[in-house]
Design a protein around this ligand. Structure first.
Ligand code: DNO
Ligand code: MN
Length: 360
């Protein structure tokens, strides 16, 4: 197991590599090239420069989060093949710089959704929050307005103001697509890309849909055990695996996260774990919470224990943290709460590991 933290390059992160390096037990970062337009090949020279910068700071760049998938692939348009070819080439370049694991998602139109990026909780910390009715009411145009001023210039990924009208059209396109067709498009992508992942020894790790239920009539597929089984059977290669994000899947209270860890970890299909907690206000309303079990609805001890017992050998990162101690940072990605989270998780891992060794 390796503990890593997400980091955004090229001056786009208030957290520095040396701060991450000084966080005990953290060996590397999950990073990306945010400026490459979706569907284009990631340039090798830029990747090399990024790897060198990270390694010079004493950290590893074994995980990329994420290489986004062009909408034409998700829509199954004839133009998808050229974007798939670009994806294959990007995988080759990632191999060239030593990447071992690639986190991505197959969510239509948008990445995760929240109604508030900095909701102030009772202790004065701020968190990302989800209120289902508010999210439903937000068409992309309204959303852009709602975010103004709340997030210090950041918007939800995929909800960039210049994309909003295209988003509205895309949403319409998907509303008439069946789930079966969506699964087919996913299989087409996997069958084309997984052989390259095998060849280059890069584990593909899909991130669940967040929230794990339908929004605006969009197909949501990576949401629960049954759907994850379907996903894994689309392509049986061990390189076709998961980023098991406890906060995303845990937003649906009917998901038993330790059971998911045991089932899919036991199959050696979990390559990356995003560990975070959520606190529900009602069935579909929740706040992101500090990592501790006592701060939310998830039993983080049971989750780490299940992951350990499955023989997990992948990467773990603390997921979104709260904004605390006056920090000003990209929502979810400040230093303090994630560093505390990482060390709490490392403490759980050590306790679980030692208790198993003592039993032997
Ligand atoms: C939020 C993050 C996601 C993730 C992408 C991967 O929870 O984990 O934004 O990076 O979905 O493609
Ligand atoms: Mn996540």
């Amino acid at each position: 197991m390796k503990m890593i933290m997400r980091w955004f390059p090229f001056g786009d992160d208030s957290v520095t590599l040396s701060q991450i390096r000084q966080t005990p037990g953290v060996s590397g970062v999950a990073t990306c090239l945010p400026k490459v337009p979706v569907g284009e090949v990631w340039p090798l020279e830029t990747l090399k420069a990024l790897r060198d910068e990270i390694q010079e700071a004493g950290l590893e760049m074994e995980v990329i989060e994420s290489v986004n998938i062009h909408e034409d692939i998700k829509k199954g348009l004839p133009t998808r093949d050229k974007y798939i070819e670009a994806y294959q080439k990007t995988l080759e370049h990632l191999r060239d710089v030593g990447v071992k694991c690639l986190c991505y998602n197959f969510m239509p139109v948008m990445d995760w959704a929240r109604s508030d990026l900095s909701y102030v909780t009772e202790d004065g910390s701020s968190v990302m929050a989800y209120r289902h009715d508010e999210v439903l009411e937000m068409n992309p145009e309204k959303m852009a307005k709602a975010m103004e001023g709340k997030a210090r210039g950041y918007s939800l990924p995929g909800w960039e103001p210049e994309r909003l009208s295209a988003m509205a059209q895309d949403i319409e396109f998907y509303q008439s697509m069946t789930r079966e067709k969506y699964w087919d498009n996913m299989k087409y992508f996997l069958d084309a890309v997984i052989p390259y992942a095998e060849k280059y020894d890069i584990k593909m790790a899909i991130h669940p849909d967040d929230p794990p239920w339908p929004l605006y009539g969009l197909p949501k597929v990576i949401t629960n055990a049954e759907n994850i089984r379907t996903f894994l059977s689309l392509n049986e290669s061990p390189y076709n695996g998961l980023t098991l994000c406890t906060g995303s899947l845990g937003s649906d209270l009917s998901n038993d996260i330790p059971a998911l860890m045991r089932e899919f970890g036991g199959m050696k299909r979990i390559h990356f774990a995003h560990l975070r907690n959520v606190k529900h206000i009602s069935e579909k309303d929740f706040d992101e919470a500090a990592h501790l079990s006592s701060c939310g609805d998830l039993d983080m001890y049971e989750i780490v224990n299940a992951l350990y017992e499955s023989g997990f050998e992948g990467y773990i990162r603390p997921d979104h943290g709260r904004m605390i101690w006056g920090e000003q940072a990209r929502p979810g990605y400040g230093l303090y709460d994630r560093a505390i989270g990482a060390n709490y998780l490392l403490g759980l891992w050590e306790a679980v590991e030692k208790s198993h060794k003592n039993k032997r």
